[in-house]
Design a protein around this ligand. Structure first.
Ligand code: GAL
Length: 472
């Protein structure tokens, strides 16, 4: 086989999961309840009434799953630690059985030469911290998080050398609290602009926790040789037309979707143009955040990028915009089109446009504008139909195609000098896809949720070959 797409020798070929989405065992061995347990147990929130109670039963089957990783040839695995499994109420006394689970998982990964990447927060906030303190609105939660992180570093830091503080702040501060499922569960009844201000306060608390956690990590002896970063979902934004007002709109949407999350952790500040907009449009004095704290932990050791799709955006009838006032009026009225259908456009089962070039664009841009020391793709993958199963093999040729194209774009970025060190496919296993329950399948390995059988897909075979050849 002649390899045309080759990856560096030390490239990490990984797969990713998160605690809530795969572990199950929601109340086993002293685990506390998380906000996601509560959401799932509230009727009418999750598709088909699914819950995370059992999920992939990874809590009991982790050994089998590590063997699968080994068969795939993975040299890295990204998982998350469930905060309420370690501290059932978020703080106080640690739960030794919960610790043991991660202890064994980490040991087995290392025995199998699979580098562990541990995420500290992939959305399963201890419920108690939400109900007692209003979640990320509160400094108390910041303190509790840093305490939890510090404890976990002491337990596992001798073996885990790659840490991710938070997964996708944009989703858990900006998106989830606005969903019907979240509002229903927690009785939130706030207007949009109030929610927007809340989201900014929450983001600033999350980023304060992020920075304090990095400080705590670097102060520890066994952080020697270890690296700590964050995982951010990025959505490159493109204009629908060439009209200058669409270009200006792209700038605003990009600030809200990407720069707001990137700049505090890469530059140590919140984007100033966005702050002005918020102050003008929402009459909301943007708290300036802990910029000196954020700056004190720069540079970040690595940036994790989660990439799935892009945004295409433009005004309806942009020619009606003639000056600043008409621009502002249309913007406030949201007289905007987002992702209008386009000929030839293909979408995944999530209805997300498949746009591999966006991965290259975003990698190159992040590298040029912010130049983080290292970059990992911490998530990329697709939900497919996965409905062709013959002789216990899933023919997910659409996923093979998707992955091939995205790996090509990643490779293209490396060739122009982007320091991309690894790629984690989302996901190792079909799993609990949040409000969609088990209806969306992202795995390289299929899970039969009735029997918990793991079934290989074509994409898993494809990936095994890619890893073996360091390319294709
Ligand atoms: C990400 C998230 C994952 C997974 C994936 C697919 O936003 O981090 O947990 O659900 O999307 O939707």
């Amino acid at each position: 086989m002649s390899n045309s797409i080759l990856f560096p020798n030390d490239f990490l070929f990984g797969a990713a999961t998160s605690s809530f989405q795969v572990e199950g065992a929601w109340n086993k061995d002293g685990k506390g309840e998380s906000i996601w347990d509560k959401i799932c147990h509230t009727p009418g929130t999750i598709e088909n009434g699914d819950t995370g109670d059992v999920a992939c039963d990874h809590y009991s089957r982790y050994s089998t799953d590590v063997k699968l990783m080994k068969q795939l040839g993975l040299n890295a695995y990204r998982f998350s630690i469930s905060w309420p499994r370690i501290f059932p109420t978020g703080e106080g006394e640690a739960n030794s059985k919960g610790l043991k689970f991660y202890d064994h998982l980490i040991d087995e990964l290392i025995e199998n030469e699979i580098t562990p990447f541990a995420t500290l927060y992939h959305w399963d906030l201890p419920l108690k911290l939400y109900t007692a303190h209003d979640g990320w609105q509160s400094e108390k939660v910041v303190e509790a998080f840093v305490g939890y992180a510090n404890y976990v570093f002491k337990q596992f830091g001798d073996r885990v050398k790659h840490w991710i503080t938070f997964n996708e702040p944009q989703v858990f501060v900006g998106h989830h609290p606005n969903t019907e499922g979240f509002k229903k569960t927690f009785g939130i009844n706030k207007g949009e602009s109030e929610r927007r201000t809340d989201a900014i306060v929450e983001l600033q608390n999350v980023y304060k926790a992020h920075a304090q956690t990095i400080q705590a990590y670097r102060d520890l002896d066994h952080s020697n040789g270890g690296k700590i970063g964050i995982g951010i979902n990025l959505l490159p934004v493109y204009p629908i037309s060439e009209h200058p007002s669409d270009q200006a709109l792209v700038h605003i949407v990009d600030s809200e979707a990407n720069r707001l999350y990137l700049e505090p952790v890469l530059l140590g500040s919140y984007p100033s143009d966005l702050i002005e907009n918020y102050e003008r449009m929402f009459k909301f004095p943007f708290p300036q955040g802990e910029t000196s704290l954020l700056k004190s932990v720069l540079p970040l050791d690595f940036l994790g990028i989660n990439y799935y799709t892009r945004i295409r955006i433009g005004f309806n009838n942009p020619e009606e915009i003639t000056d600043d006032a008409s621009f502002a009026k249309k913007l406030q009225a949201r007289d905007i089109q987002v992702n209008p259908p386009q000929e030839g456009m293909e979408c995944s089962e999530m209805n997300w446009e498949i746009y591999p070039d966006g991965l290259y664009d975003i990698l190159k841009r992040v590298d040029e504008e912010y130049n983080p020391p290292e970059i990992y793709i911490t998530e990329n993958g697709m939900a497919g139909k996965d409905n062709k199963i013959i002789d216990n093999l899933v023919y997910d040729t659409d996923r093979v195609d998707y992955l091939r194209q995205h790996f090509m774009q990643a490779n293209r970025a490396i060739k122009v000098g982007v320091n991309l060190k690894g790629f984690f496919i989302w996901s190792l296993l079909d799993n609990f896809e949040w409000f969609h329950g088990y209806s969306k399948r992202f795995g390289l390995i299929r899970v039969d949720f009735d029997t918990q059988e793991r079934i290989w897909k074509k994409s898993a075979h494809w990936y095994r070959q890619v890893i073996e050849n360091k390319g294709f």
